[in-house]
Design a protein. Structure first.
Ligand code: HEC
Ligand code: HEC
Ligand code: HEC
Ligand code: HEC
Ligand code: HEC
Length: 370
């Protein structure tokens, strides 16, 4: 009883409604950052802007039975009705006319994450109560006439701020639907150094600076080329066969979300002609009784061929390479596994059906190697 009595005020504190300045307010002074941000999945994470998220929500049992939009905790956390949206049976449903529900993971929301509370099912973001004071990492900064600044380098530039939403999400069967490895010590890189690199352009319009932190969040929907340096391919000739070695320098698996289907496509140019070799599927499939199932019904990992964090994988092909041949290796993916499109009604969706290109590398076989 005692623990429940303590838990209720804690939950109220964590999920209490907060008011966040709309991202549009930041535009006048942080124009470059604002423009980068508006194109991202963070800005477009609501069911009204992300058609894939909307399609999954449409099928979700919580939508049908409980009318509890529990996804709001991470997909529209700046909503003024957050508490109502994630509560059960209260008739409060996502509302396209409510501007705070269109904000996604807004500027002010992310910049007010004070700490992360670790949880078994998922982590929770603890939001600073002071409204117009934002966490930042600049060593020294020009005074902002609009807001106060709280310097918190460690929490922000280490990527700790990302793991309230990205660390893991477990379903009622205890299966981790999605998880991102946060152990970044190996190569001194982290979520922020890889996904928010420094680029040219001023932090604000009031005080010209040479560079700022890129807020376009390269990922699977956009700016893939900013991440392709973290994955490399090598060719290992082995007599009548050869191997393609994939080297993943990212701390987490490639293609994190269980809907994705990553493919490795290889073709060899020999004497002016291309020979296409069998495509490899690299994906983590979740399901039950050996069959693929949606996240809310999945009890186990049915298959996992996804390239893991820091993994080096050798994939072999039955093909004899000769000196002068060129091996072209392409990695890319479908955001939604083509097998799931029909069930989700996404056959017509351009973004869901497109093969998104990640990286192509052409390797010439010289005499010594072959
Ligand atoms: C704990 C935080 C969290 C909760 C709660 C959550 N999500 Fe997500 N969701 C994420 C993160 C983080 C990503 C991005 C992961 C990635 O790209 O690998 C994501 C991505 C997605 C995507 C892929 C979108 C795309 O365009 O590719 C879908 C679909 C999705 N979520 C559906 C849902 C649904 C439906 C719910 C509610 C039933 C939900 N999520 C609840 C964190 C969450
Ligand atoms: C009236 C102008 C103005 C507006 C509006 C404004 N800012 Fe700023 N902000 C500034 C200035 C000036 C700086 C300091 C930049 C520098 O030192 O080069 C700054 C710095 C920051 C920093 C970095 C702090 C640090 O020291 O690392 C953050 C984070 C930030 N602003 C977030 C926001 C957010 C979020 C919004 C919208 C809700 C916003 N700002 C709106 C002027 C503004
Ligand atoms: C409030 C929750 C939340 C926080 C905090 C958060 N994210 Fe996300 N992130 C999401 C959700 C939800 C999605 C998926 C949105 C969608 O596709 O509908 C996402 C998507 C992404 C993507 C994929 C973009 C793409 O193109 O597919 C990247 C990369 C990412 N986040 C990086 C970060 C980094 C880096 C941080 C920390 C600086 C961070 N996120 C903090 C919720 C969050
Ligand atoms: C060493 C660089 C590196 C680090 C560190 C890193 N990532 Fe990534 N991330 C990548 C690469 C490479 C991809 C693959 C992009 C693609 O497939 O288009 C990726 C993809 C993603 C995606 C999209 C996956 C999907 O299936 O939609 C998300 C979300 C993401 N990272 C979040 C994070 C978070 C959160 C952290 C910190 C806990 C992090 N990343 C740390 C390099 C990195
Ligand atoms: C998902 C979380 C997230 C969102 C959303 C986000 N930021 Fe940031 N922002 C960060 C992190 C993390 C840093 C620190 C990066 C570092 O230390 O390398 C940062 C840095 C900054 C800085 C410091 C200056 C710089 O370039 O390093 C400013 C200013 C800023 N953000 C403004 C904004 C504005 C304005 C928006 C919306 C248009 C926004 N941020 C959206 C996480 C976020």
């Amino acid at each position: 009883m005692k623990s429940i009595a303590l838990l209720i005020p804690l939950l109220t504190l964590l999920f209490a409604n907060h008011t966040f300045e709309p991202s549009e307010t930041c535009k006048s002074c942080h124009l470059t950052i604002y423009q980068e941000f508006t194109t991202t999945q963070h800005a477009n994470a609501s069911i009204f802007k992300d058609e894939i998220h909307a399609a999954v929500w449409k099928k979700h049992p919580k939508n049908k039975k409980l009318s509890s939009y529990s996804c709001a905790k991470c997909h529209t956390p700046a909503s003024e009705k957050l508490e109502g949206l994630i509560g059960k049976h209260n008739g409060i449903v996502p509302d396209a006319k409510e501007p705070t529900e269109l904000e996604g993971i807004s500027c002010a929301y992310c910049h007010r994450i004070e700490s992360i509370k670790h949880g078994r099912l998922m982590n929770v973001n603890v939001i600073a109560t002071e409204e117009k004071r934002y966490f930042g990492t600049l060593k020294s900064s020009f005074e902002s006439p609009f807001h106060r600044i709280k310097r918190d380098g460690a929490h922000f530039n280490s990527g700790n701020v990302c793991i309230g939403c990205h660390s893991h999400k477990q379903n009622k069967f205890g299966l981790n639907v999605c998880s991102t490895n946060i152990d970044n010590e190996l190569e001194k890189s982290n979520c922020v150094s890889c996904h928010m690199p420094k680029v040219k352009g001023s932090v604000s319009t009031l005080n010209p600076t040479k560079e700022h932190t890129f807020h376009g969040f390269p990922g699977t929907h956009s700016h893939q080329s900013m991440l392709s340096q973290y994955v490399q391919f090598e060719i290992k000739p082995e007599g009548e066969r050869f191997g393609v070695r994939i080297i993943n320098h990212a701390s987490h698996a490639l293609s994190l979300h269980p809907m994705r289907l990553m493919e490795l496509r290889v073709r060899v140019l020999h004497a002016g002609h291309y020979t296409t070799l069998p495509t490899q599927h690299l994906a983590r499939v979740i399901g039950a009784e050996g069959k693929p199932k949606p996240p809310w019904l999945a009890k186990e990992e049915v298959k996992n061929t996804a390239i893991g964090g820091y993994e080096k994988r050798l994939i072999r092909y039955d093909y004899t390479l000769e000196a002068g041949d060129e091996v072209e290796v392409t990695m890319g993916y479908y955001l939604v596994n083509p097998k799931m499109l029909k069930g989700l009604g996404l056959e017509q969706s351009a973004v869901a059906t497109k093969f998104h290109h990640f990286k192509t590398q052409t390797i010439k076989i010289n005499k010594k190697e072959s």
